[in-house]
Design a binder for this molecule. Structure first.
Ligand code: MN
Length: 130
């Protein structure tokens, strides 16, 4: 089963995402800020990243841009988690390189549906051996 790294500064949101993903059988790694998360990506190569957008220090979109500019990490799917529901945010999130996004509060069918779709797409993509 795939390993998913959750990068999230809010303990309640972290716990909720962890419960949803572990209940579905995924292995979960956790980082409570972007810098720690980026280091974990390099060290442990998760299959997918759940990335909070709003975090103190480096925000989630900046972290995603860094991951997507590195050949070693650019193929790892990133799902942005955003509390913002403005129309322009979708464009900002996709422009940063995120492969998808969900809105807070997290609804588990939405989260699991997007995780499953992205993991399946990554696995089936030509030239991907992850
Ligand atoms: Mn946050």
């Amino acid at each position: 089963m795939a390993t998913i790294l959750i990068i999230e500064d809010n303990p309640a949101n972290m716990r909720l995402a962890e419960i949803i993903l572990t209940s579905a059988g995924y292995t979960v790694q956790q980082a409570c800020d972007a810098a720690t998360g980026l280091a974990q990506v390099q060290a442990e190569a998760p299959d997918l990243i759940l990335m909070d957008v709003q975090m103190p220090g480096m925000d989630g979109l900046t972290a995603t841009r860094l991951l997507k500019s590195d050949p070693a990490t650019r193929t790892i799917p990133v799902i942005a988690v955003t509390a913002l529901a403005m129309t322009g945010d979708r464009d900002k999130i996709l422009a940063a390189g995120c492969d998808g996004y969900i809105s807070k509060p997290i609804h588990y069918p939405d989260l699991l549906g997007k995780v499953h779709a992205l993991l399946t797409a990554t696995r089936d993509a030509p030239g991907q051996s992850r």
